[in-house]
Design a binder for this molecule. Structure first.
Ligand code: GLC
Length: 577
């Protein structure tokens, strides 16, 4: 598979990008919340890791109902996380370390504390202030019933009634009212927001819920569509709420803003859409890149991982963009835990991990040794692929999901808003503050180096004692640690990667693919090479496999008699092309 190198490619198209969830990365003030200055403090660590950019999840002023994805001011820093001066210092330090900066833009909804929403409530029905959001009269004799029957993501109804009787739409929590993107003011506002951060030196943007902005509520069949489940997605852009064709007009408008800068700014769409429509967001005339979540959804099986790669490459070629590879992020259970649980294909992504979380980690055995071994193999499988790779903070330490956070301590609205069979514990287990220093024991008032020694408050989510084994300083001293593997792999990748979407599958003397007689998802070898001879082999099966002739560059676990054991990957520079 090969394509012409596109002239429209940006630095983002083959970069390794590290996602920072700011509240849980590093606390410089002792408040128990991570902050912007904390990121600046860790710039050496980030540079040594070998990543080329950081993406910051929202750090804007926010009531933090949804981890900051409820923005009250799009052009400032939450005072608990610092100031715009801190942001400027951080970006200067990042650039000095050769690291680019991506910020998160949340255009589908604001916080209900945003001045525009407060003004909409005050101004009343029919006012221009209400036109920026989606207000409707209710149904029933006195408008007492919501305009449609929709449930919101994270549970509960998708409409909330205000004092004067009207209802407003929120795809997420009631504290996150949806903007009305048919309102020209909303368009102008977000173009200004993109320019504001671009002017401050930001190199790119991650677009939250990019597939949700355009909506068609002027039709009479709304009740037959779903807002939350996402299982009635259509492939022609006519769903009233998701992935509508007109949403692309918004991104063409944004491209004109990005192209005002030199170099042009780039963006990546978070769009949970049908795979065949993913690439539309990545077109060079739009955002330039879209997340391919297939790895994050896949089980650790030959079938799933192979299909994920095929899908990603196909989408990239069709869109003349580059693929993106994601093992985990702040919304999904940690990869090492997913691979430590039974690899059962469920109808809902991560169902096994979500059930396990619901029972505080007691319903399945979490085989951590196995999870770590597979996560190491997955990293090499991922990083040799063409395209960009996203690393979620703590993944490089091999952190597992924290399953036993008490319900009362959970912050994720999913935990409070879901009930009955849909009950979920939420996403806090992958958002626990990072352990930096093993010896700074929380039992003695420490925080594994997350907060300074004289901190006023404990970390906002408590760290479990086992985090000490995964602290960055301990792993830095251990050449066999996950951190050492991430560093080696990320730096090697920078030397070896090509720029085109090239990849050739390797047939290792018939051993590639599912082994004969293998049951269901067992076994198989995924092997591919890039055009410069850089090859990756991953063995899913019980029998060790011979590697192709060449120089072994890196392995995820030691070879056994020169062969690659189960749940392992190796990078090889092939002797012959
Ligand atoms: C995206 C974010 C998620 C957030 C949601 C609503 O999916 O990744 O964390 O809760 O949007 O903004």
């Amino acid at each position: 598979m090969a394509t012409e190198k596109s002239s429209s490619r940006s630095w983002m198209s083959d970069a390794a990008i590290y996602q920072i969830y700011p509240r849980s990365f590093k606390d410089s003030t002792g408040s128990g919340l991570g902050d912007i200055a904390g990121i600046t403090q860790q710039m050496d660590y980030l540079e040594q890791l070998g990543i080329e950019a950081i993406w910051l999840s929202p750090f804007y002023p926010s009531p933090l109902v949804d981890g900051g994805y409820d923005v009250a001011d799009y052009c400032d820093v939450d005072p608990r996380l610092g100031s715009l001066d801190d942001f400027d210092d951080m970006i200067t330090a990042a650039h000095a370390h050769g690291i680019k900066v991506i910020v998160d833009i949340v255009p589908n909804h604001s916080s209900n504390q945003h001045p525009w929403f407060k003004a909409a409530l005050a101004a009343g029905p029919g006012s221009p202030e209400r036109d920026r959001y989606i207000f409707r009269d209710g149904r029933g004799e006195h408008g007492e019933l919501p305009p449609t029957n929709w449930n919101a993501n994270f549970g509960g109804p998708a409409w909330t009634r205000v004092a004067d009787g009207q209802w407003y739409l929120h795809m997420f929590t009631p504290e996150q009212p949806d903007f009305d993107w048919s309102c020209p003011e909303v368009h102008a506002f977000f173009c200004d927001v993109l320019a504001f951060w671009s002017d401050r030196g930001v190199d790119g943007f991650r677009i939250d819920v990019a597939h949700g902005l355009a909506k068609d509520l002027d039709r009479d069949d709304l009740d037959r569509w779903h807002l939350a489940e996402g299982d009635d997605m259509v492939d022609d852009g006519t769903h009233p709420l998701w992935d509508r064709n007109e949403v692309h007009e918004i991104y063409r408008e944004w491209r004109r803003v990005f192209d005002r800068y030199d170099p042009p700014r780039s963006a990546v769409a978070e769009a949970w859409v049908l795979p065949e429509r993913q690439y539309l967001y990545a077109r060079p005339s739009e955002l330039g890149q879209t997340f391919n979540f297939e790895f994050a959804k896949a089980t650790w099986t030959y079938d799933d991982m192979h299909a994920a790669i095929e899908e990603g490459l196909k989408a990239a070629i069709e869109s003349d963009s580059a693929s993106t590879w994601v093992l985990s992020n702040h919304d999904v259970p940690r990869v090492a835990t997913r691979y430590a649980l039974p690899q059962i294909k469920a109808t809902r992504y991560h169902q096994i991990a979500l059930d396990w979380l619901l029972r505080d980690g007691s319903s399945y055995d979490e085989d951590r040794e196995l999870g770590e071994r597979r996560a190491r193999a997955a990293l090499l499988l991922e990083l040799a692929l063409p395209g960009s790779a996203y690393v979620y903070q703590g993944e490089e330490l091999g952190l597992f999901e924290v399953a036993d956070i008490p319900w009362a301590a959970l912050e994720d609205p999913t935990a409070t808003n879901t009930h009955g069979p849909k009950r979920e514990k939420g996403r806090d287990g992958c958002r626990v503050p990072l352990p930096w220093v093993a010896a700074d024991d929380p039992a003695q008032g420490g925080s594994f180096g997350f907060s300074p020694a004289d901190a006023d408050a404990a970390p906002h989510l408590l760290q479990p004692a086992w985090f000490s084994d995964y602290a960055a300083d301990r792993e830095e001293a251990d050449p066999t640690s996950m951190l050492a593997l991430y560093r080696d792999a990320l730096w090697l990748r920078r030397k070896l990667r090509g720029c085109a979407n090239d990849l050739k599958w390797l047939d290792l003397d018939g051993r590639t693919g599912l082994a004969d007689g293998a049951e269901g998802a067992e076994g198989g070898v995924i092997a591919y090479r890039r055009d410069n001879g850089w090859a990756c082999v991953t063995n899913f099966g019980a029998a060790p496999v011979e590697l192709p002739t060449g120089r072994v560059l890196l392995t995820s676990s030691p070879l056994v008699d020169g062969r690659l054991a189960q749940d392992s990957s190796a990078w090889i520079m092939l002797a012959e092309l």
